[in-house]
Design a protein around this ligand. Structure first.
Ligand code: NAP
Ligand code: FE
Length: 366
């Protein structure tokens, strides 16, 4: 059989407003010790951590809380979470938060099951390692990490991100509770919403796109276009919040198959060196990359323009984001370094026209 196009997501997806309070119901009975991985503040501040602990306690399960995940988590943080799981004999992991806690939790679930430290896992080419039972609960509508196999971990020395992904690292369950996303402040809503839009657009345009991911990407772009202004300016519009959460999940399914593009590859430098949040980094770069791709894939870039009813840069500017790279403390040296780091990433090679470091510099300096 010509197995050219594949769509495979093993994750069970549940949409349940207020579902966090009953999370114990979706864990296997035999799992008694549960590792809960969160960021440092928001999950506790808004009461999400307590809801999970109460739900688990009501079914006699023990919560082991690792609430030390920083933004853009390091390899070391994920490894510390894994060690904590092993030490406490945990058989399941719940990741709660934005992409950072979800990615750290995902890596911890793999490392704890395999009893292989995260730094070693990143070195080996073993794709069939198992993981602990893993539930991902996103509190941002951005990364789609709850349905991807990727765990992006920061190497702050090399100023880049490493990707731990195995055949089995998709979460077992994604719990989509839109109420959790209403506490996002305006800037976070804006940046994470554009991250989801970038995933849909980049996935749509890469050379790895397929007929399944094309339709999913188009529908995610439509939904984000219709709802992103609503959630930025009316944070308690729960219907719009839920649509954004689902669209970000759909965009996550797209990149699970297609990967991202030179836009994400370039953005890691802005995040790790200039402290520009992940979504904002993509927002600044996306228009330029789409412009580059328009030379190779004009029909697709026209479709995006028709859906947005605007150019990518003008649409992003309409959200209140400044897309001028040089207004963010970036200089020519940075551009050269970020282009060099990005040019060797697989996502850049999967960008139509596979831009070289020199071509990326030219594109960024325009
Ligand atoms: P994040 O780094 O997880 O969180 C950013 C900030 O938002 C943190 O200060 C966090 O607080 C706060 N926050 C999260 N949810 C909140 C809520 N509901 N209310 C109020 N504050 C909230 O942000 P993110 O953009 O979702 O994730 C970015 C990471 O995901 C990057 O490391 C990126 O590389 C990765 N990523 C992964 C994939 C994938 O497929 N795996 C795809 C794209 C991006 P606390 O720290 O206190 O929790
Ligand atoms: Fe992203």
């Amino acid at each position: 059989m010509n197995n050219k196009y594949k769509y495979f997501i093993p994750t069970k997806n549940i949409i349940a407003r207020g579902g966090l309070t009953a999370i114990a119901e979706i864990l296997p009975n035999e799992c008694k010790n549960i590792l809960l991985v969160t960021g440092k503040h928001s999950a506790k501040k808004f009461g999400y951590t307590d809801k999970i602990i109460s739900s688990l306690a009501s079914t006699n399960k023990n919560t082991f809380l690792f609430d030390n995940v920083e933004e853009d988590p390091s390899v070391e943080t994920a490894d510390a979470a894994a060690n904590f799981a092993v030490k406490n004999n945990c058989s399941a992991v719940i990741g709660l938060g934005g992409g950072s806690p979800l990615d750290a939790a995902k890596a911890a679930a793999i490392s704890a099951a395999a009893k292989i430290p995260v730094p070693e896992l990143l070195e080996i080419d073993e794709k069939s390692i198992d993981k602990l039972f893993f539930i991902a609960v996103p509190t941002t509508s951005g990364t789609g990490s709850e349905v991807t196999q990727y765990s992006l971990l920061s190497d702050r020395v090399k100023k880049t991100k490493l990707n731990l992904a195995t055949e089995n690292s998709f979460p077992d369950i994604a719990l989509l509770d839109a109420e959790l996303t209403t506490s996002m402040p305006e800037n976070l809503t804006r940046n994470t919403g554009v991250d989801a839009l970038s995933h849909a657009i980049e996935g749509y345009l890469t050379t790895k796109a397929n007929p399944f991911t094309n339709l999913l990407a188009e529908s995610a772009i439509v939904t984000i276009t219709r709802n992103i202004h609503k959630v930025i300016y009316n944070p308690y519009d729960i219907n719009a919040r839920e649509k954004m959460l689902i669209a970000s999940n759909i965009a996550g399914r797209v990149i699970a198959h297609t990967g991202t593009s030179a836009c994400h590859a370039l953005g890691y430098y802005l995040t790790l060196v200039k402290n520009i949040p992940h979504g904002l980094a993509n927002a600044i770069l996306l228009g330029r990359i789409v412009k580059w791709i328009s030379k190779f894939s004009p029909e697709k870039t026209d479709t995006i323009k028709n859906i947005l009813n605007n150019t990518v840069d003008d649409f992003i500017s309409s959200l209140g984001i400044d897309v001028s790279l040089f207004n963010y403390g970036v200089n020519e040296n940075d551009v050269i370094k970020m282009a060099e780091l990005a040019a060797v990433r697989s996502s850049t090679m999967a960008t139509p026209g596979s831009p070289s470091a020199e071509e990326l510099v030219k594109l960024l300096m325009e």
